[in-house]
Design a protein around this ligand. Sequence first.
Ligand code: DGT
Ligand code: CA
Ligand code: CA
Ligand code: ZN
Length: 590
Amino acid sequence: MSQGMDKGRIVAILEEIGLLLELKAENPFKIRAYQNGARALETMEEPLDQVIEEDRLGTVPGIGKALIEKITTLYETGELAYYTDLKASVPEGLVGMLEIPNFGPKKIQKVYQELGIDTMAKLKAACEAGELAALSGFGKKTEEKILKGMENLVAYAARHLWWDVKAVAEPIAAGLRGLEVVEAVEIAGSFRRGRETVGDLDFIVGSAHPKEVMDWFVSLEAVVEISAKGETKSSVRFEGGLQADLRVVPMAQFPFALHHFTGSKEHNVQMRQRALERGWSMSEWGLFDKEDGTEEKAGGGGRKLVVEGVRTETDLFRVLDMDFVPPALREGRGEVDASAKGILPELIEMKDIRGVFHNHTTASDGRSTIEEMAIEAGKRGWAYFGLADHSKSSFQANGLSEERLRTQIETVRKLNASGHLPVHVFAGSEVDILRDGSLDYSDELLNELDYVVISVHASMTGLSEKEMTDRIIQAMSHPLKVKKMLGHLTGRLLLKREGYAVDVPTIIEAAVEYGVVIELNANPHRLDMDWRWWQRAAEAGVLCAINPDAHAPEHFDFMEAGVIAARKGWLRSEMVLNTRGLAGIETFLS
Ligand code: DGT
Ligand code: CA
Ligand code: CA
Ligand code: ZN
């Protein structure tokens, strides 16, 4: 049987037609016909190809006459002229405006026709200039509401830094664990997988008393909006726009729900495939006989579990003949296969870290002295810490002159000799890679350091990918007696600034050729070189340094973000330089 257009896509097109008709202020009955049709198609249980084959679309409640032909055309040809023409007749930017509260199709049409506004950006500018308030039927109040609505849309659609989400999520998880009726709590989703940014939070709670858990959750002080409150699932929004789903399941379902909602989607698809090979259908409710045609109900009710005794995620992987897959690896990038073969890597952990490089002090733009930083490093049980204040071209960061750097090196040598510090201090520098690929200090001075971090801080724009790559490789190949580490490879600031384009595979090759360590910058805003490259880099033989880029003692906390990114990059401790003890580092650097 030939496979036509996917049902989900047809549903989406029908919904979009409804929106477009709304924007054109068409007959409400016509609009409703598309909305109802979309819903009817979505909830139809029989397979679409069968219904179309047997010419029975007309018998499906909710699908009217006009829609039978359109759905069939879409299914058979993948196209629909009516839709294409309709779409072309409405400026694209108007559709998104329907999401703004208090801004319906009539108002949208009016500002489009009278002010020529066809994008959100133009709408925002017009509100700010007071142009909407001047239109008949609008007023100052409406204008303010529209502006506020737009701001919220941006905040709600945005992703959030893993680090910021962690600060919100962990106290809530602790609070849930403290409830008497709660037996188990995990923060699932992209947060558990350690993605650098998180769309929304997914709490999974094991309890036989969901109502108490829901009541507690939705009345948290940080909740600004309750989007849904049900018996087993609630959704809320916190200040700043972060959303969270909370699901409460009986303990028997906890490992299945936890696994399902940890994702990723790609990982889940492969896991379900593996279950199918064993004759099982796997869902967030359990493992069932795949031939069991009983209707799937919430909680799996009605279907008979075929695999029992799964109490933990480890059990779940075991019954599928797999080793436990750490959540950080669950991205569908080979972990399912590796686990089935028993060859998953033993990933680096926070406790493997023995010291840190790339840290700033008051000499440049840091907030603390060498001593204060060293004491904090000691408190964390580390054996060493490395300085890397800025070089002279980074004048905005108070970069050190050659003379000041010489003095700092002497200070470090004396501090180490005094025996007063709890850790060994390595004298380094974060040296700018200048536009032409040269370094910001003389070779003679650089060779007096213990190591150098080489980083791009200026001239980030205006260079092509090729020019930027050549520039960085020029610096990597610069002959020095001391070891080099390549700092924050792309210069990105997550959710704020795209990194510059650079040819990463070529940089990885150069790192191998010139023996340059590549940094995994642990600052939660940076986290580059990105985790997606590390498996490849490590296989090529590149050594990683997870560097906090600390500007204050508390920034050593960033190491946790760096370590989870390294885990996502499949790194074992031996691939990370700063898991070596002091003696190992001294040998490496000499
Ligand atoms: P996010 O929130 O965008 O940062 O990413 P996730 O991974 O947390 O995604 P989310 O919150 O939409 O859903 C949580 C997990 O639930 C997701 O990683 C896998 C599972 N899941 C959700 N929807 C689907 C689906 O349609 N198919 C499959 N296989 N799994 C899904
Ligand atoms: Ca999520
Ligand atoms: Ca979610
Ligand atoms: Zn830097």
